[in-house]
Design a protein around this ligand. Structure first.
Ligand SMILES: [Fe+2]
Ligand SMILES: [Fe+2]
Length: 324
């Protein structure tokens, strides 16, 4: 009997009262069960010779710590793992197993971990070892401590990268890789801006003339996505990149203190999003961050796909097919 079956059977057989001193709180939920993957099938036509598939996942939010981590980090991980239904690692493993069985490259668009701990980085290394994958970084991948309220800028990011980067299979801020004639370009927009050097690097990739699938963490602005967030869903802010000052005018002041919203970075970032919208080589945008699955047209040439949360088992299975 594996650990999961042990806990599930224990929860089913024992009364809540008798469980109290033996099982952790989350295992006392008799309905607890690691869910199956919810797979959304997507087809993206590209100017390619042959079909290939990928598994697009996002927001795994590994939230573990061990004796190498501080008491504060261990306590935070204990709390945070409940947010992720107690099984982010099992869901990541399930997704990776699925990709392996299907021979798919794994495209992970950020928040692999919830915050930097020795344990989370070890798990990341182990999960991705010898795996065909490409990652873009999410805001949580750069958090030394979740919920620290720090200003999120390049300096803050660099501090986390000292520990986090060695655990990653590619550059956390920018990586481009040609797969079957398609340039997959993963860039960091984790803190709601794209740094100048990354904009330059993206444009240099476009100059190569290959079709591009962009990967980032935070979704890129479209009027439809903004409306979906603040009107249909009733979110008080749209956690996306490139909304206008007018659209952000009602956002709480605290967001402008924590993020680089309202700062110089936004001018270049909005110009970059506008450039992407007019870039004919851009064929798709893959992202995450919002923890719900959504898709819409980003530009005339590129749909945008938001993968739901991997910790909930939501994955996008993408088939890239030769365009007619
Ligand atoms: Fe996330
Ligand atoms: Fe995120």
């Amino acid at each position: 009997m594996n650990r999961r079956e042990f806990l599930r059977r224990g929860a089913a057989l024992c009364s809540a009262a008798s469980l109290a001193s033996f099982f952790p709180a989350w295992a006392q939920d008799q309905t607890w069960e690691v869910p199956e993957l919810t797979i959304t099938s997507i087809t993206i036509p590209l100017p390619i010779e042959r079909e290939f598939t990928a598994l697009h996942i996002s927001d795994s939010h590994l939230a573990y710590a061990d004796d190498r981590d501080s008491e504060e980090k261990r306590a935070r991980a204990d709390k945070r793992i409940e947010v992720f239904k107690n099984h982010p690692l099992e869901m990541l493993q399930a997704a990776l197993r699925h990709a392996e069985e299907k021979g798919q490259i794994v495209l992970h668009t950020g928040d692999m971990i919830d915050f930097v701990t020795a344990k989370n980085l070890d798990l990341t290394r182990e999960a991705l070892a010898d795996r065909d994958c490409l990652l873009s970084a999410g805001n949580h991948d750069f958090y030394p401590m979740q919920g620290d309220g720090a200003v999120q800028d390049e300096e803050y990011k660099q501090r986390a990268m000292v520990d986090a980067q060695p655990a990653w299979p590619n550059d956390m801020r920018f990586c481009a890789r040609v797969i079957n004639g398609v340039n997959f370009v993963a860039f960091d927009d984790a803190f709601y801006y794209v740094a100048d050097d990354l904009i330059d690097r993206f444009r240099a990739e476009a100059a190569k003339g290959l079709p591009i699938v962009a990967m980032c963490h935070c979704p890129l602005y479209t009027p439809e996505l903004y409306k979906h967030c603040v009107e249909s869903r009733g979110d008080h802010v749209a956690l996306i990149v490139g909304a206008s000052d007018e659209e952000m005018a009602h956002y709480p002041e605290s967001y402008f203190k924590r993020y680089r919203w309202g700062h110089d970075e936004q001018i270049a970032t909005r110009a970059f999003v506008d450039y992407l919208r007019g870039e004919p080589l851009l064929k798709a945008v893959l992202c995450g961050h919002l923890h719900f699955s959504w898709q819409g047209q980003f530009s005339d040439t590129a749909p945008q796909y938001i993968a739901g949360a991997n910790f909930k088992g939501q994955v996008n299975e993408i088939t890239f097919v030769p365009a007619a």
